[in-house]
Design a protein around this ligand. Structure first.
Ligand code: G3P
Ligand code: MG
Length: 242
């Protein structure tokens, strides 16, 4: 089973910061996942929430602030004093960390809350500028964005994110179209997703932080898990030949 570090190495470092990404890049794992939003001046930045309230010492929506304004806050101190001074990374800064590694890079478009018109084009432009088309997977809970990525860049791997599975997931995946399915643990084990796996769909599961949950996924056919604890999962998967 493959391992993707979720929001970077987010159990030990503040999520979605350069510190969390550098730590993930140093591990012999398979991939990394992070979330992107658009600033007021149309810059693609890496942060999970639509506002900076939870993961910085500032307040407000990303979409209402310029990159320069967003850079005025601290994105590490909330996690631990040791990381005070971490900034909000841009997409290209994060891509650059992984460009010379073997890790797959999963960019999650967080356009399911605010629509962020034109976000797909801006993300693809940065991926193409760095020549990372084969290294990235672009996913979203916003399936209009997933379809738009397929239309704009059919050679790039796109993935539809699901909280719950739907009954006709195989047909739905073909229709979007999406190359992969990123699903929750309960969904991964249900009949529709199992059928998709049997028919050749690549399925990855978010967010698995307990080894007991990895055990449930043994023999399920899923390709990878997203985890905040990449080192713990690496050890478990290796020791148990999962
Ligand atoms: O992309 C997988 C996972 O990150 C989806 O949920 O809320 O952690 O972005 P979330
Ligand atoms: Mg995510």
């Amino acid at each position: 089973m493959k391992i993707y570090a979720h929001r970077g190495y987010s159990a030990k470092y503040p999520e979605n910061t350069l510190a969390a990404f550098r730590a993930a890049a140093d591990l012999p794992i398979d991939g990394v996942e992070f979330d992107v939003h658009l600033t007021k001046d149309q810059q693609v930045v890496v942060i999970h929430d639509e506002s900076i309230n939870r993961t910085s010492n500032g307040q407000g929506f990303v979409k209402d602030m310029t990159l320069q304004a967003l850079r005025g806050f601290d994105y590490g101190g909330w996690f631990s004093k040791e990381f005070a001074g971490e900034t909000i990374p841009t997409l290209s800064e994060v891509l650059t960390i992984f460009r010379d590694t073997n890790l797959r890079v999963n960019i999650e478009l967080k356009s399911d809350i605010f629509a962020y018109a034109g976000m797909e084009e801006l993300v693809l432009k940065e991926v193409e500028a760095l020549g990372m088309q084969e290294q990235v997977v672009i996913s979203s809970f916003d399936h209009e964005a997933v379809a738009r990525v397929a239309e704009l860049a059919p050679n790039i791997e796109n993935a539809a994110l699901f909280v719950n599975t739907i009954l006709e997931i195989v047909e739905y995946q073909e229709k979007l179209p999406a190359k992969a399915l990123h699903v929750s643990l309960p969904s991964a084990l249900r009949r529709p997703v199992q059928e998709a796996i049997q028919r050749g769909s690549v399925v990855r599961v978010w967010t698995i932080n307990e080894v007991e949950h990895v055990i449930l996924l043994v023999n399920s056919g899923v390709e990878a898990i997203f985890t905040d604890e990449p080192e713990k999962m690496m050890v478990f998967i290796k020791e148990n030949s999962v």
